[in-house]
Design a binder for this molecule. Sequence first.
Ligand code: SAH
Length: 213
Amino acid sequence: MTDAAERKMRFLYALRSKGVTDARVLTAMEKIDRGAFVRGLFAERAYEDMPLPIACGQTISQPSVVALMTQALQVGPRDKVMEIGTGSGYQAAILSQLARRVYTVDRHRRLVREAQAVFETLALTNITAMTADGSFGLPEQAPFDRILVTAAAEDPPGPLLAQLRIGGIMVLPVGQSDAVQSLIRVTRTETGFEYDELRPVRFVPLVEGLGQD
Ligand code: SAH
């Protein structure tokens, strides 16, 4: 077996051992090369199950967390999905394999620009990346079938709840940034919202306003 094939096998094995069982999610994780989203010194660690630093003092999440969040979101092929927190663009690329259309938003212009360049290289044409304060969502594109937030807020932001379609699902980390956070799943019903707590996680905070760069 080549080194690359062995590396991929180990990468997928680590995901399965962390509880990723959804075949569509595993296929997406196999197809999208995480190495394309990590630069410089850390690029050689792209296939390890750990978060890594990216530009603007942010992080690309751990692959098993990306996969478990994607699995919890239960994305279907006709879904319109919004992600808050583009970061490297890796999570959006995974979602693009499962959804009809992905809108992804980051408060740092530079991250959006760099992620867009990778989407172009990989010919991921169903992703739209935008610079904006994601706490307000994208009212002009709402409602969404699925919403994924990859930065932690104290509570689910009201505008995001409002932009979720009835029957829609949102997955997000909640809690204080420096304390324990939980990944939760919110389902919008005809009459309100249902909340499930999924697992403890650690994300960078959801910050108000646009970034400096
Ligand atoms: N999903 C990313 C990792 C996200 S790290 C990946 O796959 O690589 C969290 C990201 O959330 C950071 O890039 C940060 O800039 C962004 N962020 C934090 N607060 C935000 C806000 N209010 N609106 C949009 N993006 C925000």
